[in-house]
Design a protein around this ligand. Structure first.
Ligand code: G3P
Ligand code: CA
Length: 257
């Protein structure tokens, strides 16, 4: 089957674990990603931010306060500072000490016995004048993920709400697929956007979106799909990648093997 031939399964929508299996484990922790993989997710989603000393770490918010026992901006701390903090206790789970770096998440993905696609969302892209994208592309190159031969073969996909950020990624690593995330209708279709990423509210309001995108050669990535009727809507419309907090529940709705 697809797993033994080393390709990502040709079954859609691909189920992408949003911040890991974040309905069941603290978001962006190793435990959340390990559970997502164990639950059969086809892909993993993570948000990345830059530390004061230039490392990319998997944290959604600008501030540490919600998802760790630290306070203040992620960008004011070094990687060594973040290695001391607990990123799971806030959720009622056992403590998980140390932030998950993108480096460590890539190592986890690469080290796995079946292909798992990683969707990396860059946050705060403008303020750092390209440093986020340069560090991201440097890591992808180190893991041999910067030159996929096709979208199907790509194990890392980069995404952002910022057109400027995605243009920079395309300049640095033209082969890496990019998603333009949009809450509402995209104002225009940029040539560099390989995949379009509307929110589920947008698709509910405009179900023709997926077909129009496909007519222009763009698969759709939809976020964040947790309600059963939305999962089924996405499958019916032909959404290619579906981000969800619970890959196990989503897979069972899709009757995936
Ligand atoms: O997958 C895109 C989605 O994650 C964007 O929203 O706030 O969860 O990063 P957010
Ligand atoms: Ca995200």
């Amino acid at each position: 089957d697809a797993r033994s031939t080393g390709t990502i399964e040709d079954v859609y929508p691909e189920v992408v674990a949003h911040r890991g299996a974040s309905a069941h484990r603290a978001e962006h922790t190793r435990a959340a990603y390990e559970l997502a993989i164990a639950d059969g997710a086809d892909g993993l989603e993570c948000d990345v931010r830059l530390t004061r000393d230039g490392h990319l770490v998997c944290v959604h918010d600008r501030l540490l306060d919600r998802t760790s026992n630290g306070t203040g901006p992620v960008s004011a701390r070094t990687l060594a500072d973040l290695a001391e903090l607990d990123f799971a206790g806030w959720s009622g789970a056992e403590p998980e000490i140390g932030v998950l770096s993108l480096d460590a998440l890539l190592a986890l993905v690469v080290d796995h016995d079946r292909p798992v696609r990683l969707f990396v969302e860059t946050k705060h892209p403008i303020r750092y004048g390209g440093q986020v994208e340069r560090e991201l592309v440097r890591l992808l190159a180190r893991y041999g993920k910067a030159s996929p031969v096709s979208l199907e073969a790509a194990e890392v996909v980069v995404m952002s709400f910022s057109s400027a950020a995605m243009r920079r990624v395309k300049r640095l690593a033209p082969a890496v697929p990019t998603v333009l995330l949009t809450a509402g209708p995209p104002r225009k279709l940029p040539p560099w956007a390989d995949i379009l990423g509307p929110g589920i509210r947008k698709l509910r309001a405009d179900p023709g979106f997926v077909e129009r995108a496909a007519a222009r050669g763009r698969p759709t990535y939809c976020w964040t799909v947790n309600e059963p009727e939305d999962v089924l809507l996405c499958a019916e419309l032909g959404v290619r990648y579906l981000a969800t907090d619970s890959p196990s529940a989503t897979r069972s709705l899709l009757a995936r093997p």
